[in-house]
Write a protein that binds this ligand. Structure first.
Ligand SMILES: NC(=O)C1=CN([C@@H]2O[C@H](COP(=O)(O)OP(=O)(O)OC[C@H]3O[C@@H](n4cnc5c(N)ncnc54)[C@H](O)[C@@H]3O)[C@@H](O)[C@H]2O)C=CC1
Ligand SMILES: C[N+](C)(C)CC(=O)CC(=O)[O-]
Length: 469
């Protein structure tokens, strides 16, 4: 099993630990805080609930997460080390000295730093070539971006390995060409944060009004298309040139008052924190985390359905996790977590989603018998002619479910499947489905016999299932 070491297990280290573990890595943590295990456990709970909701494919078995009393013990045998200690340069530099005295010289040594340049982190290190920045975004277990920032001293092999590992755990490594304070994304975030502080300080807007301005407007646009493509469209048919002709001069207009920075003092902290407390009312941080995660899961799944932005990345990662079906009787055709966006007003999985689960089960079986994407692209497929679903028990968001499928008939153009959807925790039957499919030509849109390869496979499978009945 691949092994990662997490140095500093707070908000960000906890998110890294969760992502690595849920992607099948063994994770070893070092954090001197006696409360670290409890705090990291809370992040793990959130992640266990939310991350698998993004995937249709079966996730890897989670790797164990263990806590260690020394940094050298934690990094022993680790191929990837992620440092997420507090944002203080001397502390980080000292940590690298200790880590490098014990870790594998070939391991990736990455920092979560929000703002320090890798050359600053490397300054007093024994092997600067081993160190780079992999700056993530909170919550690390759901947001894919990791800004990968090397210095000229970072070895090209370490950069490539870091990118490969991050891609493997479902992240989007954005290689930042040159080191710069605060990398790329935090420069934006700091500009927005600075302006927001200024607006609150001068009594122009409350923290709540600023949040509404973001979530009701441009925040929605950024998540799906970013800045430049959004503004290109805002230029109308003439695109970016017209946009720049119209809004370019504003760089010197008064509405670009971007350089005012409020003084950071207790009054500012009281003002912002007071408004923020009032805004969130009695909702706890845990409740806010749940709300954030539910919203992110629903938005990312919507983007996945469109094959766009972060959704495209998750779809590709999902495909890479797919495993061929095992030839058991019955066959386990689906293993998944029920995502939040599948629930309805009654607080349970909507009836329409049962149809989707059984349709996914049939598609998996089709792939297994050779009626896969290439077969369909060549003009043949199966259409469902009849589906009969019985609902036996409620299914809730976050529950692990699986579907067992039996081939009840596989003869010529006819295929009849019996699906049973069960709860993974206790094997309880949640729903059953009798489904009748007909093989069709996608050219004539009429039923026809399968091509010999598929026909033989389906008949062989039907016989096997009949023999085992
Ligand atoms: N919180 C955020 O939104 C983000 C933070 N970051 C960066 O991640 C890093 C960590 O930040 P957070 O997780 O927010 O802080 P945090 O305060 O939640 O966690 C820091 C953890 O490091 C531990 N620690 C302190 N000294 C240590 C040592 N010598 N060895 C090992 N662990 C030690 C602390 O006990 C604590 O659990 C910082 O560099 C920060 O800039 C990056 C992206 C976002
Ligand atoms: C506030 N922050 C600078 C620590 C934020 C980040 O670094 C990234 C994030 O998750 O917003």
């Amino acid at each position: 099993m691949k092994r990662a070491a997490i140095i500093g297990g707070g908000v960000i280290g906890g998110g890294w630990a969760a992502r690595f573990s849920l992607m099948g890595w063994e994770v070893r943590v070092f954090d001197p805080d006696p409360e670290a295990e409890r705090k990291l456990g809370a992040v793990m709970d959130n992640a266990r609930r939310a991350l698998p909701m993004l995937y249709e494919a079966r996730m890897p078995e989670p790797g164990p997460v263990t806590f260690h009393g020394t940094m050298s013990d934690a990094v022993s045998g680790a191929g990837y080390i992620q440092e997420s200690v507090p944002e203080r340069l001397e502390l980080k530099q000292k940590v690298y000295q200790t880590l490098q005295a014990a870790c594998d010289p070939g391991a990736v040594l990455a920092s979560s730093t929000s703002g320090f340049k890798p050359s600053e982190l490397q300054a007093i290190s024994a092997r600067p070539e081993q160190i780079l920045v992999a700056h993530p975004f909170n919550p690390v277990y759901l947001l894919p971006l990791a800004e990968v920032v090397p210095s000229p001293k970072t070895s090209p092999e370490i950069i490539e390995r870091a990118k490969e590992i991050l891609t493997g755990i479902g992240m989007f490594p954005l290689h930042v060409r040159a080191e710069i304070d605060a990398h790329i994304a935090d420069r934006f975030l700091e500009a927005v944060w600075r302006e927001a502080l200024w607006l609150v300080k001068d009594g122009i807007a409350t923290t709540e009004e600023i949040d509404e301005a973001i979530r009701m407007g441009f925040g929605l646009r950024w998540g799906q298309m970013g800045l430049f493509e959004t503004y290109r469209i805002a230029g109308g048919e003439a695109g970016m040139r017209h946009f720049m002709a119209q809004f370019g001069p504003c760089l010197s207009w008064p509405w670009t008052k971007l350089m005012d920075v409020p003084e950071f003092n207790d009054d500012l902290v009281d003002l912002i924190a007071g408004q923020s407390d009032a805004q969130s009312g009695d909702r706890t941080i845990r409740e806010l985390e749940r709300e954030r995660d539910n919203n992110l899961v629903a938005m990312l799944r919507a983007l996945k359905g469109q094959g766009k932005a972060a959704g495209r990345l998750i779809a590709a990662h999902d495909d890479s996790l797919r495993q061929p079906l095992e030839d058991t009787v019955p066959m386990v055709t689906v293993r998944r977590i029920v995502p939040v966006d599948w629930t309805d007003v009654n607080g349970h999985m909507n009836e329409g989603r049962y149809g989707q689960v059984f349709s996914d089960a049939s598609e998996e079986l089709m792939t297994h018998i050779g009626a896969d994407k290439a077969y369909i692209a060549a003009g043949h497929s199966y259409f469902t002619a009849e589906t009969n679903i019985k609902y036996h028990a409620e299914t809730l968001a976050g529950e692990a479910i699986f579907v067992e499928t039996r081939v009840l008939l596989g003869q010529g153009r006819k295929l009849r499947l019996g699906h049973a959807m069960k709860r993974a925790s206790d094997g309880a039957l949640l729903a059953s489905c009798d489904q009748f499919l007909l093989h069709v030509s996608l050219e004539t849109r009429k039923s026809c016999d399968p091509l010999p390869k598929v026909r033989e496979a389906v008949e062989r499978l039907a016989q096997r299932h009949e023999d085992a009945a």
